[in-house]
Design a protein around this ligand. Structure first.
Ligand code: PBG
Length: 335
């Protein structure tokens, strides 16, 4: 008896391939589905008029002056995107040690938040609460003698979050990793009457190499040292539970893991332990890697994009911040 005959005599009662034999069946048994409503698109705003400048390390992603930003939002809304995370690129002259420009109501960022909400009242605007885009030190906290001060930074973050709420932000996103910031911001917002402004906590934010292109986009790289005294050590996952527990107790409305792809286990961990919506930030470096490989013809960029986004959702994130949001929305619309 040949090997082939011997195998066909096997009585296999369980044949997983039966559920993969046609597109219709595969679709029927599919466990995870991406929808345009899963995505938050990060957007970069810069000063000027009629300016659209591509981020070299993020092909296809641009910094827009406010006029063109509004056009971009309109286009994205047409594709079904509803939520945008806004970040500012500021000239060096607007930066200082205390990030004071971050709560200037006439400054670029807050004007942009207001303009988006005025023109698109149904759009959800998520703002970034962190000092680094406005800091002459390029850090997320006040720097003194080479140290990042925690408690004095909270005051700046509170001012910033309140100013953003006044400008119309729906969700504020503290991305700074100072201890106690979620509770502090919640208090400040509530005292200001902004009970309805939500907090998406960057709970497990790691000191990652994958933020490089974002720092190019904002010219926000730390001027000295690194962010390891406040962002988490990539070696740790149990510590993510401590961060998430604190953010939960302090009133966070969403818990976020960042980056996403190298931290799928952490996404799953938070998903299994908390009943809040779990967000994941598919960061700039994760975007850049796929774009670079696709440009070289080394992999199919579209498929790699959709597979990555699917993996993030499968791991447990029901909200995905991603630079792919527009492209993925286009693709989802076309099928
Ligand atoms: C900083 C901030 C960073 C990102 C979002 N907010 C970078 C950093 O911590 O240095 C990175 C986002 C990305 O890489 O796409 N507050």
């Amino acid at each position: 008896m040949s090997n082939v005959q011997r195998i066909t005599q096997l009585q296999l009662t369980r044949r997983p391939r039966r559920n993969r034999q046609s597109a219709a069946i595969r679709n029927m048994v599919q466990e995870t589905r991406l929808a345009v409503t899963d995505f938050i698109l990060p957007l970069f705003v810069l000063e000027g008029e009629g300016v659209r400048s591509e981020v070299v390390s993020m092909p296809g992603i641009h910094r827009y002056s406010l006029d063109l930003l509004l056009e971009e939002v309109a286009e994205c809304v047409g594709l079904g995107l509803t939520t945008f995370a806004l970040f500012p690129n500021l000239p060096e002259s607007k930066k200082d040690k205390y990030a004071t420009e971050s709560y200037n109501p006439d400054g670029l960022y807050l004007r942009a938040v207001k303009a988006i909400k005025d023109r698109f009242p149904d759009v959800v605007v998520m703002t970034d609460v962190a000092m680094d885009p406005y800091s002459s030190d390029g850090h997320d906290g006040i720097v003194e003698n080479g140290k990042i001060l925690n408690d004095p930074t909270l005051e700046v973050l509170g001012n910033m979050a309140l100013a953003q709420a006044k400008a119309g932000a729906d969700i504020v996103g503290p991305s700074d990793m100072m201890d106690g910031r979620v509770g502090y911001i919640r208090q400040v917002l509530d005292a200001g009457g902004f009970h309805d402004v939500a907090i998406m906590a960057y709970s497990a934010k790691y000191a990652s190499a994958f933020y490089g292109p974002f720092r190019d986009a904002l010219d926000s790289a730390p001027r000295f040292g690194d962010k390891k005294t406040y962002q988490m050590n990539p070696a740790n996952s149990r510590e993510a539970l401590i961060e998430a527990e604190l953010d939960y107790a302090e009133g966070a409305d969403f818990l976020m893991v960042k980056p996403a792809l190298a931290y799928l286990d952490v996404i799953k961990l938070l998903k299994d332990n908390f009943d809040l919506p779990i967000a994941a930030y598919n960061v700039s470096g994760e975007y850049a890697m796929i774009k670079a490989a696709a440009r070289n013809g080394w992999l199919d960029g579209e498929r790699a994009m959709m597979e990555s986004l699917m993996a993030i959702k499968r791991a447990g994130a029901n909200v995905i911040l991603t630079y792919f949001a527009k492209e993925a929305a286009q693709l989802l619309k076309s099928v």
